[in-house]
Design a protein around this ligand. Sequence first.
Ligand code: KG4
Ligand code: ZN
Length: 328
Amino acid sequence: MILAIETSCDDTCAAVLEPGGRHAFSNVVHTQTEHERYGGVVPEVASRAHLERLDGVVERALTDAEVDLDQVERVAVTVRPGLIGALLVGLSGAKGLAFARKLPLVPVNHLEGHVAAAYLADAELEPPFVALIASGGHTALYSVTGDGMELLGQTLDDAAGEALDKGARMLGLGFPGGPAISSAAWGGDPSRYDFPVALKEKNNLDFSFSGLKTSLLYKLKALDPDGIRKELPHLAAGYEAAVIEALSRKLLRAAELYNAPALIVVGGVAANISLRRRMEVECERHGIKLVIPPPELCTDNAAMIGAAAAALPDIPFPDYLGLNARSV
Ligand code: KG4
Ligand code: ZN
């Protein structure tokens, strides 16, 4: 069994997986609510909350999986990128567990973890494929082969989820912005307002959402409060459509350039219904396999870290004691 731990941001996560990493017996996520009153994740608060929760979350993951600590053969843990203090809590916990049991440790890159969520959603999936990670912290396209992941393009400014969160705030909607904008867009006409999609050149696989935000700001400035209320569904629909258009366009372009037989979409934004529908239609049309894991595997979790660890080398006991976490 693999015991996996993830604490890179504001979710304290632990999971137990079969050795091949294609099935999780448990996947416990404790989302920290301590940050709500600050309107964003506070790194020091996150580290403290991880420290208070980690033991309980690991215990729960073992109980849910009906697995005894004696059955664990490897301990996997996220070591980068993320909030350094938060990562260190998970890494120290993982080291402690592995050391006490004389087990090997597997350091995992959080982004490789996100991509590996696809292996849990589709046990038959094998590279090569093109992957899009779209979350509140990251927006990046990768070509995944048997040899690893190659970065094809990434956002030059905000992440897609961040753009949705900031747009939602400008529109006076709640957090997280993605689902808030989707509900506000209900019945709206996405073509009533013209929102820009940046970096449209054919071979450009990078993303940029700052122009989109500015465009929304100007549209809001031109309306009075009553006008904003009336136009809200159209503004939300147009804004959402522009984000989805940028993501889908680049993903399909990357599939074409890299002749990818399969596409995968992960990260919190993969929960977006319009994005899912659009990609389903396009992939069907082009004969490309599409894997979009269920939302609980798309957002931060430890099962995806265990899935990535299955294909990675161990650091044998006790060589990992000096291992460090990295924020980037
Ligand atoms: O992966 P995630 O849970 O957390 C990290 O960023 O690490 O992603 C959160 C992001 C938020 O920006 C949120 O607005 C977005 O995912 N999101 C969505 C939806 N659900 C969450 N965006 C679009 N549509 C959704 N249904
Ligand atoms: Zn993440």
